[in-house]
Design a protein around this ligand. Structure first.
Ligand code: C2O
Ligand code: CU
Length: 463
């Protein structure tokens, strides 16, 4: 069988994969890989032109209207994907939030080699947790993610309650100028502050899309903030909704959505109770700042299903270990701005500056220069990271490979369930706890990609 026939065969199987994977897992065999092609395309994003040189993922070669597909996996069952790089630069895939083996984590130089143009790379792992996650490259990230390479992952738990419908939203911006062409991905003066914003705001690559949902029904809305810069404050108009999960992890007790901050890399799962009247529209908005705007609309269709929002119960929790605080090792972590200096060039792109540092060390995270880990952790031991944001900016700080619990903070009263990303507020000091239960080198970085790429990156080594 030639490589070509093999690829075509796998691509054709793409749609049926969920079943195939399940059966293979029960039989104890490795599943057939889903072929995930990183590729160049063009897409209608702005209203005044088709954007060329968009980067996307396809299943085989086929994209979902240009957009990276929503990847569906099942908790506890093996998943395999063969990345084929059809870009003209190296790339990798990082599975954001999935606690999987280090060699599958997608960080070039640290956990795997670069995947050069034309080359494949096989990922295989078993997601231990259910929920809403996402995937993106970890090489030249400002350009690659900014150009389109951000997709949503849904890990299903067979024990999840069934809802009347599900809507998956991938929220992100695009830096496009006249005619829809990409403009400079960042401005250095903004990189040294809150980050550079896009010019066109989308959900699922569309400006203010509308989705039909059953009237009077309970709809699970999975929202992933995959933008390189924007922090959203989501709120709903025209319906009630319960927050059921944050960053994939179920909240102990679902609570009504008022407004909630979702930083780059974070996710929020809502259950929306659609209005009873056919045609009634619910607006999901971004309430941040002084000019709120609509992210997406949900339109009630059909006869009311007359569901009761009080029936929304907690989702089954994910199996995340509780740290033992009585013996935990404390690790101070200072996030600071740093004197501006030139960064070393990297195969994975360099923005040319360092503006930020973790414990005084600025590192962009994907260069081969050997920096020391922030801390060497012992497998199975508990740690409390005492994080101090000594800057006047918010930083969504993400840890690969392990989830942590926020213990306390000088800036918040509500403590979310365990997470992989904490949106640190300006001048916030927070303690987070984790069990170092995954071997390897795990990067820890700000998910405002300009901050990550200009120094706000470090890593932990679990031995
Ligand atoms: Cu979402 Cu280091 O990544
Ligand atoms: Cu940051």
């Amino acid at each position: 069988i030639s490589r070509r026939t093999f690829l075509q065969g796998s691509a054709a199987l793409g749609g049926a994969f969920a079943f195939g994977a399940g059966m293979a897992a029960r039989a104890g065999a490795a599943p057939d890989p889903q072929v995930l092609t990183a590729q160049l395309t063009q897409a209608q994003i702005a209203s005044d032109g088709v954007t060329p040189k968009v980067m996307t993922y396809g299943l085989g070669d086929a994209t979902t209207n240009g957009m990276p597909p929503v990847l569906r996996m099942r908790m506890g069952e093996p998943y395999a994907a063969r990345l084929i790089n059809k870009l003209d630069e190296p790339t990798t895939v990082h599975w954001h939030g999935l606690r999987i083996p280090n060699a599958m984590d997608g960080v070039p130089e640290m956990t795997q080699p670069y995947v050069y143009p034309g080359d494949p790379f096989d990922y295989i792992f078993t997601p231990p947790d259910a929920g809403t996650f996402w995937y993106h490259p970890h090489c030249n990230t400002l350009t690659q993610m900014g150009s389109g390479l951000t997709g949503v992952i849904v890990v299903e738990n067979p024990d999840d309650p069934v809802f009347d419908a599900e809507i998956v939203l991938n929220l992100r911006d695009w830096r496009l100028g006249k005619g829809g062409v990409f403009i400079d991905p960042f401005k250095p003066r903004d990189a040294a502050r809150g980050g550079t914003y896009g010019t066109v705001r989308t959900a699922n690559w569309q400006q203010e899309p509308s989705y039909d949902a059953p009237a009077g029904g309970l709809v699970r809305v999975r929202i992933a903030a995959t933008d390189v810069t924007r922090i959203y404050t989501v709120g709903l108009e025209g319906a009630e909704a319960m927050v059921v999960a944050l960053d994939a992890n179920p909240v102990d007790k679902p609570f009504p959505l008022d407004r909630y901050d979702v930083g780059p890399g974070q996710r929020i799962d809502l259950v929306v109770r659609m209005p009873d009247n056919e045609g009634a529209t619910v607006k999901l908005g971004n309430l941040r700042g002084s000019h709120p705007w609509t992210i997406a609309n949900f339109r009630a269709t059909g006869q009311s299903l007359k569901r009761d929002i009080r029936d929304v119960a907690a989702l089954p929790a994910n199996p995340i270990a509780e740290a033992d605080l009585s013996v935990a090792t404390r690790v101070p972590i200072d996030l600071t701005a740093t004197a501006e200096h030139k960064a070393t060039p990297s195969i994975c792109g360099s923005l040319g500056y360092t503006f930020w540092a973790i414990n005084k060390v600025p590192w962009p995270g994907d260069t081969p220069d050997p920096i020391a880990p922030i801390e060497e952790m012992k497998l199975g031991k508990s740690y409390v990271l005492q994080i101090a944001n000594r800057t006047p900016h918010a930083h969504p700080i993400h840890l690969h490979g392990m989830s942590f619990r926020i213990l306390n903070s000088n800036k918040r009263t509500f403590l979310p369930p365990p997470t992989d990303t904490i949106l640190l507020l300006p001048d916030e000091q927070a303690e987070i706890a984790l069990v170092a239960d995954n071997l390897g080198d795990w990067v820890f970085h700000c998910h405002i990609i300009e901050h990550q790429k200009t120094g706000m990156t470090g890593y932990f080594k679990v031995v």
